[in-house]
Design a protein around this ligand. Structure first.
Ligand SMILES: *Cc1c(COP(=O)(O)O)cnc(C)c1O
Length: 374
């Protein structure tokens, strides 16, 4: 798996508690699949939170090379960090909108804010008028998530005084789906109705609506600019159907100790696991500080090839213990690697064992892993 890496990289990987490999070719293939899925709509890349923890400085240029020109991040600071690694014709958008005072820098950098309230809209308009320029923006409506975006009351207020939009060019009207990963949820259709009602008030601006899940709902949800995140990174866009995306992430953990214990041996903090027979164990070099949640205690597994190695006892901060009795004696030793995410255990399967989502696993994967992109 370390195909074409340098000796220095190999040494760094050898010393690290684990190796996190990001497959940029699979990322690009996923981008192209989403483009085919959405037809005429433009496909942006959501690269917030350091591209879901995978490294935006590598991920965003790889998406750009695959044809992506629109990049969404959550916070203005992330946009400033990312801008230098992208070509000048890449457009960055700030999902969370701007804090008061950030407007001039945002305008000067050519970064486009999502305006989530009348207050943010007024601030953007004031700057445009003061400078005698037209400033672009996306205008978000709250269609049912009560998180970000103009409320229905604010939309009414804006309709009564359209002058508040002076100096602003609304490129897209936008909203976000709360239940798009569940195609059967009635909330999807409710939000679509609300989105259409709002969008009708801004006939000059095309909609941006779908995230990964929304992209796999029918074309009514696509609008003009779709905003997938997790699907690019190989996560299942919806939980009801087989995952059409290619895996992008692989995580292998180092074995740091092996032992054989008799029946009746307690394992880990709290002694929650007691062996019922003689077992062979391996301690792996990553724990909850590396983003492997404590909820995997006595539930999750690692893999050696196709062999499942159940996690026994509690996940510690810097290590966890797996039962390797199913492997031939001596198959694993100090320095061996075992798979945590890869061909035998998908990201979604690991997340499900942890009682969480692929999103939370990805964004939590720690800085101590050696990171490779290929
Ligand atoms: C995070 C986010 C997305 C991407 O969502 P995925 O489910 O990862 O595709 C799109 N739009 C908004 C507003 C978001 O916050």
């Amino acid at each position: 798996m370390f195909g074409e890496i340098s000796e220095a990289q190999r040494q760094a990987a050898d010393a690290a508690p684990g190796v996190l490999t990001v497959d940029l070719a699979a990322l690009a293939a996923n981008y192209r699949l989403l483009c085919r899925q959405t037809g005429p709509a433009r496909v942006a890349g959501v690269v917030k939170a350091d591209a879901y923890g995978l490294g935006a400085a590598r991920v965003a240029p790889a998406l750009y090379a695959a044809g992506c020109r629109d990049f969404f991040i959550a916070q203005f600071g992330e946009a400033l960090d990312l801008q230098p690694v992208l070509a000048a014709d890449a457009q960055l958008y700030v999902l969370n909108g701007l804090q008061p005072g950030a407007e001039p820098r945002c305008a000067e950098a050519g970064i486009i804010p999502v305006l989530n309230s009348l207050e943010q809209l007024d601030n953007w308009s004031r700057l445009a008028l003061a400078r005698g320029v037209i400033l672009p923006a996306l205008l978000q409506f709250d269609t049912g998530m009560s998180r970000l975006g103009l409320s229905p009351e604010e939309v009414e207020l804006l309709a009564e005084s359209p002058v508040r939009l002076a100096g602003i060019k609304v490129l897209h009207v936008m909203s976000h789906l709360a239940s798009a990963d569940d195609p059967l949820s009635a909330q999807n259709a409710e939000q679509l109705v609300a989105m259409r009602r709002f969008a009708a008030r801004f006939p000059g601006a095309t909609p941006s609506f779908a995230n990964s899940g929304g992209l796999f709902l029918d074309a009514d949800y696509h609008g003009a600019l779709v905003r997938p995140g997790i699907a690019l990174y190989g996560g299942a866009p919806n939980l009801a159907r087989p995952n059409p995306m290619q895996p992008v992430v692989r995580l292998d953990l180092r074995v740091i100790q092996t032992r054989t214990v008799p029946a009746g041996t307690r394992i880990g903090y709290g002694g929650t696991h007691v062996t019922r027979s003689e077992r062979r164990l391996a301690t792996l070099a990553a724990g909850y500080a590396d983003g492997l949640p404590r909820s995997l205690s006595d539930r999750g597994a690692a893999y050696a090839g196709a062999t499942r190695l159940p996690i026994v006892g509690r996940v510690s901060m810097d290590s966890l213990t797996v039962d390797v009795t199913a492997l031939p004696p001596g198959a694993l030793r100090l320095g061996s690697l075992v798979e945590m995410i890869g061909p035998h255990q998908t990201l979604d399967a690991l997340a499900s064992d942890a009682g969480t989502l692929s999103y939370e696993i990805l964004t939590g994967l720690g800085a101590r892993f050696h990171r490779l992109a290929r």
